[in-house]
Design a binder for this molecule. Structure first.
Ligand code: HEM
Length: 433
């Protein structure tokens, strides 16, 4: 681990620098870096002073191969998202672990399947179908609000602020059982957790020192912990038919879940589902606003909506990466990976892999098959994928018939983040039917 990369495996410095630069994710330069890597060094090694060395996995086939071998490539042994050395050191001092939280994402067998089994049934299509009528009501109210905003503003609104941010948040909070009045707090905490590199959402706006950055994340986790402890006490005393009741009362090996694991569980459910779904939802509207012919097609044929949803998730790929680490020496793609090596699975690159997707950069709502890896793959495959797709389908079923014209009304701005990113502002001009 940490040995210098040989000449053919080393990634050029400018490309490696792009991978760790949040600004490159906001202005799309990251796709130039991915394209270069897929063509020239699909399993290369990045060596940058501020980071431990890491392998960069950019081809679809290699992402699948690593994700399906959960014994050989662990989640929990090292940081699960790309983190610089200084922050890693602080996190380790705070928790004694490579990660601040211990949710499903930061677990491996034997714990991971036990914890995942607690809520897996909740997220299956057969169970979440019962929320469809309520989700449809929320979608209708969301479209009404958007129409009112646009009407009051010459037909223009910001799709992110007025629709994409609030809608998935509201859905997951209802399913989890968090009262509506607390939603702004949850949104802010999620943005601080996932987007602390973006100057608009960071608690501290000037360039962050590692100490400030780690302390800020710790404060966010502490806020979540305090909030969900109250929810736990309430659901133990007064169980309800919500997901919080399942988590509050869950037993692991016959015992209550340890506090840190429980907070982490609430946090992953509360946070994983809205910034991600918001970004894909905004991605669909962005693509349709730029392509009137495709907008007309999907409006005329609602059967294209599930394809629109899948393509928006592929095209936007809100989760840009997760990290894994090797548990033994192995060989992959002609490279010798050593035990302990850190690997970056670049989902957003796999989803533009020319070997799998024709016209990979183009948004095509009739793309079939659409075997994207935006939800990951293998044992950690996104637990909320059916919910995300259900929410998006229902929103577009409600919105598209009411939209008779859609176009961009200004430049789209993306969040600056190397982990989860997507549109930050998406000004659109609409005519409502
Ligand atoms: C895991 C993406 C929506 C809950 C993941 C992973 C990805 C992902 C890439 C990691 C998979 C891996 O490591 O192999 C997305 C995207 C979404 C989305 C792109 C929206 C478009 C949701 C929603 C929820 C959710 C709505 C519901 C609360 C989770 C959970 C995990 C997870 C709990 C951890 C699963 C595990 O480690 O076993 N998601 N997600 N996600 N997601 Fe999602």
């Amino acid at each position: 681990m940490g040995a210098a990369a040989s000449a053919d495996e080393a990634i050029p410095q400018d490309i490696a620098a792009a991978l760790v630069d949040p600004a490159c994710y906001a202005d799309h330069r990251i796709h130039d870096a991915y394209r270069w890597l897929r063509a020239n060094n699909p399993l290369g090694r990045a060596q940058l002073d501020a980071f431990d060395p890491f392998w960069v996995v950019t081809r679809h086939a290699d992402i699948l191969a690593i994700s399906r071998q959960n014994d050989l490539f662990h989640n929990a042994d090292r940081a699960t998202t790309l983190t610089n050395k200084a922050v890693l050191e602080r996190v380790h001092k705070i928790t004694g672990q490579p990660n601040l939280v211990r949710s499903l994402v930061q677990m491996d067998a034997p714990d991971h399947p036990k914890y995942r089994a607690l809520t897996q049934g909740w997220f299956m299509p057969a169970n979440i179908a019962k929320f469809e009528p309520r989700i449809r009501e929320i979608a209708r109210a969301t479209v009404d609000r958007m129409a009112a905003k646009a009407a009051a503003n010459g037909g223009v609104c910001d799709f992110v602020a007025d629709v994409a941010l609030g809608y998935p948040l509201h859905v997951i909070m209802e399913i989890l059982g968090v009262p509506e009045a607390d939603e702004p707090r949850m949104l802010k905490l999620t943005q601080e957790l996932f987007g602390p590199q973006d100057p608009d959402t960071a608690r501290v706006r000037e360039a962050l020192s590692a100490e400030v950055f780690a302390a800020m994340l710790q404060a966010v986790v502490a806020d979540f912990a305090a909030y969900f402890q109250r929810i736990t006490e309430d659901r133990r005393a007064h169980p309800r038919d919500d997901l919080a009741t399942v988590i509050a009362n869950a037993k692991i090996n016959g015992e209550d879940m340890p506090l840190h694991d429980r907070t982490s569980y609430y946090m992953i459910v509360a946070t994983a589902g809205h910034d991600t779904t918001s970004s894909s939802t905004a991605g669909a509207i962005w693509a349709l606003a730029e392509d009137p012919a495709q907008f007309a097609r999907v409006k005329a044929d609602p059967e294209l909506i599930p394809g629109l949803v899948d393509e928006a998730i592929r095209w936007m790929t809100p989760v840009k990466h997760f990290m894994r680490s090797a548990t033994a020496d192995t060989e992959l793609g002609g490279r010798r990976i050593a035990k302990g090596d850190w690997l970056m699975l670049c989902y957003a690159s796999g989803n533009r892999d020319e070997a799998v997707f024709e016209e990979a950069d183009r948004f095509r709502c009739d793309r079939r098959p659409n075997r994207h890896v935006a939800f990951g793959y293998g044992a950690h495959l996104c637990l909320g994928q059916h919910l995300a797709k259900l929410e998006m389908r229902i929103l577009f079923e409600e919105m598209l018939p009411r939209l008779s014209a859609l176009s961009l009304a200004g430049p789209v701005k993306m969040t600056q983040a190397t982990f989860v990113n997507g549109p930050k502002t998406l000004p659109i001009r609409v005519t409502m039917a």
